[in-house]
Design a protein around this ligand. Structure first.
Ligand SMILES: [Zn+2]
Length: 132
């Protein structure tokens, strides 16, 4: 992946994590990453349609996972796929939390710990400062 292709993924993501939607300007001490949506371990390709712009936390917590557990049903379901799913169909901001609207959304929120205390506090701080 050359730098131009990396920047194209970054621009397509509007400079925000494609999972939790944190903007890179709010993560000054950690760069966002190229996430292989389908990990190389699962023969995911190193091509734009398999790459997402991701914050470090989402990237590390997702790892090579392709599925998660829907906490409402305890069923194994696919996690959010930034190139095949629409964020707004699977997630909503409620207060400072991200809520899963679908089995995929709920499993992804749980797997990526989108509502960890630090992340909720960061959203609250950003909103108070007018950054969200
Ligand atoms: Zn994220």
């Amino acid at each position: 992946m050359n730098e131009a292709a990396r920047q194209a993924v970054r621009r397509q993501a509007d400079f925000q994590c494609e999972y939790c939607r944190i903007h890179e300007r709010h993560m000054p001490f950690s760069r966002l990453h190229l996430d292989h949506i389908i990990g190389r371990q699962h023969e995911g390709k190193n091509e734009a349609e398999n790459l997402a712009w991701s914050c470090q936390e989402c990237n590390l917590l997702k790892g090579t996972n392709l599925s998660g557990i829907d906490p409402a049903t305890r069923l194994v379901v696919p996690i959010f796929h930034p190139r095949q799913n629409l964020w707004e169909e699977h997630f909503a901001h409620v207060g400072h939390r991200i809520v899963g609207l679908t089995p995929t959304g709920r499993a992804t929120v749980l797997l990526l710990e989108m509502n960890s205390p630090d992340r909720v506090e960061l959203r609250a701080t950003l909103r108070a400062a007018g950054g969200l």
